[in-house]
Design a protein around this ligand. Structure first.
Ligand code: SF4
Ligand code: SF4
Length: 163
């Protein structure tokens, strides 16, 4: 061991050199949430319940997504469409209640794959943080995409990569 090594001066200088060299390198971190990273094309985030071009809900409450879900995160209740509700629901049956428990969900995308009606897809949005468990039970109102005719801008934004 040399004299410099025995008083740790060399190691301290070496460590400081490494620290200073990082000041001039590209930062690995970003100022989230002001800045956001672009996601990979295969990123799967928060679910969206889709509507057709006229704004009618696509979901027919067939339950295939719930059956396909390995985490048993989806629950729903079906209802019959009444005369005069054709502008609200595309099919004769619709989901009167539709819930996803995001604490169970593993964002595998199997619900999207199982759906025969293009009624559900995983968007490129995070589920926001929450302090309570109840805040992670997403109801139909939370999941439904904005109306394409009444709120075209919000609809286009929600469609994201699917547009
Ligand atoms: S993404 Fe996977 S785990 Fe989450 S609700 Fe869909 S099927 Fe279930
Ligand atoms: S989201 Fe699709 S698979 Fe799930 S109940 Fe609705 S139509 Fe069926």
């Amino acid at each position: 061991m040399t004299f410099l090594e025995s008083i740790y001066l060399w190691n301290i200088l070496k460590g400081m050199g490494i620290t200073i060299s990082h000041l001039f390198k590209k930062k690995a971190t970003i100022n989230y949430p002001e800045q956001k990273r672009s996601f990979s094309k295969v990123f799967r985030g928060l679910h969206v319940l889709n509507r057709d071009a006229e704004g009618r809900e696509n979901c027919t409450a067939c339950g295939l997504c719930a059956v396909a879900c390995p985490a048993e995160a989806i629950t729903m209740e079906a209802a019959e469409r009444l005369p005069g509700e054709e502008h609200l629901y595309r099919e004769e049956k619709y989901a009167a209640r539709y819930e996803i428990n995001m604490l169970r969900c593993i964002f595998c995308g199997l619900c999207e794959e199982a759906c025969p009606k293009d009624a559900i897809y995983l968007s490129q949005t995070f589920a926001p943080p929450n302090y309570g468990r109840k805040g992670f039970i997403y109801k139909k109102e939370d999941l439904l995409i904005p109306h394409p005719v009444n709120e075209p801008e919000a609809y286009k934004k929600a469609l994201g990569e699917k547009a």
